[in-house]
Design a protein around this ligand. Structure first.
Ligand code: NAD
Length: 328
């Protein structure tokens, strides 16, 4: 594998484009490929965030002069060139639940042998990825699932904070997200609407932009989410920290204001070896955006995955089972 890791972004939307900005701060990782529903761009010497900024939101990376190619299957085209990159960040919409697992199957079939990190959210989706352990192991891919913010940073923090206790009684995740405009994070907002009463992933996948706008109008742009089907539960169960029924996830998303409506936090309650009940709480700074809290951990886990891959370790792992490293 290369010393400076070549990275491909599958899904150059809200998170994907912010990942390009974050990669601009890293000396040991370089963005070389990106795709979206309009096509792909590939440049082994690097694609800068400034270059990506030349295309307006909503336009495709296919429009990038000299390196962009229009295509109905940018993912398939980039997979044909898989020797050009070492790591893939999956920032695709996951609607329906099977979408990203199907892409992962294509990655496994392509002959790619590097590392893959996703920021999946739904329990069912992470379960499907965990079911692909053998496939990914045989393919020689090191895959870390649930490596965003929640699941991801907060789940790993819960696994660490649980060490104070001999028995964990509950894990409560509560997140606040503020975005100026839902257009910048279409998949995230759609997937959040899917958690509201009367909606599901199949239904939101079929909704037009106008229908999404109408739902947001009804709620003044604010989505209040309770008892979400979030993979923090299965990940903490698989990591042996706590049964999934004891993990609760909720939050507030303001789709019209970049200020966080509440501070994102995770509270882990348990009993210590000497019989004391207590809670450890991890609170994120309000100035850290969703993109900072998803993409930072995703790259940190990518560094962990590169390290594992070099040790000959492949297969699927969750963020709660591992600690992210820090790429410079
Ligand atoms: P987005 O809608 O802004 O961008 C998605 C991108 O994927 C777009 O560029 C789109 O063109 C591209 N795309 C769609 N279908 C494609 C296809 N078939 N081939 C190639 N490209 C395709 O999405 P977003 O708001 O940035 O969210 C991305 C993902 O991140 C979502 O699945 C969301 O759930 C997840 N997310 C996770 C967390 C977390 O903490 N774990 C937080 C926020 C978002």
């Amino acid at each position: 594998m290369r010393e400076i890791k070549h990275i491909a972004i599958f899904g150059a939307g809200g998170l994907g484009r912010n990942m390009a900005k974050l990669l601009g701060h890293k000396k040991t990782m370089r963005l070389v490929a990106a795709c979206d529903s309009g096509g792909y761009a590939l440049c082994p010497t690097g694609i800068s965030a400034e270059t990506l900024d030349l295309i307006p939101p909503g336009a495709s990376v296919a429009d990038l002069a000299g390196i962009g190619v229009a295509s109905l299957d940018g993912i398939g085209d980039l997979l044909l060139c898989h020797e050009q990159y070492d790591g893939i960040f999956l920032s695709l919409p996951n609607l329906p639940n099977e979408f990203i697992p199907q892409i992962v199957q294509r990655i496994a079939d392509s002959g790619f042998k590097g590392v893959v990190v996703d920021a999946l959210k739904r329990t069912r989706a992470v379960e499907m990825i965990l079911g692909m352990r053998e496939t990914l192991q045989k393919a020689g891919i090191t895959y870390i699932t649930g490596a965003g913010a929640t699941p991801g940073l907060l789940t790993a923090a819960a696994a660490l904070a649980a060490q104070s206790f001999v028995e964990v009684e509950s894990v409560d995740v509560y997140f606040g997200v503020g975005i100026a405009n839902w257009d910048s994070y279409r998949a995230t907002v759609r997937e959040d609407i899917a958690h509201m009463d009367g909606f599901n992933v199949e239904r939101v996948a079929q909704m037009s932009d106008e229908e999404v706008n109408a739902e947001l109008d009804k709620r003044n742009g604010i989505l209040e989410l309770v008892n979400m089907e979030h993979a923090d539960d299965i990940m903490l169960e698989v990591a042996g920290v706590v049964g999934r029924e004891k993990v609760r996830v909720g939050g507030i998303v303001d789709t019209r204001n970049p200020k966080k409506p509440v501070s994102t936090n995770v509270k882990i309650t348990g009993i210590t070896f000497d019989g004391k009940r207590s809670s450890n709480t991890f609170i994120l700074g309000d100035e850290t955006s969703m993109a900072a809290n998803v993409n930072g951990p995703a790259l940190g886990y990518m560094k962990t995955a590169f390290w594992m891959n070099q040790q000959g370790i492949s297969g699927v792992y969750t963020s709660a089972e591992l600690m992210p490293r820090f790429p410079h």
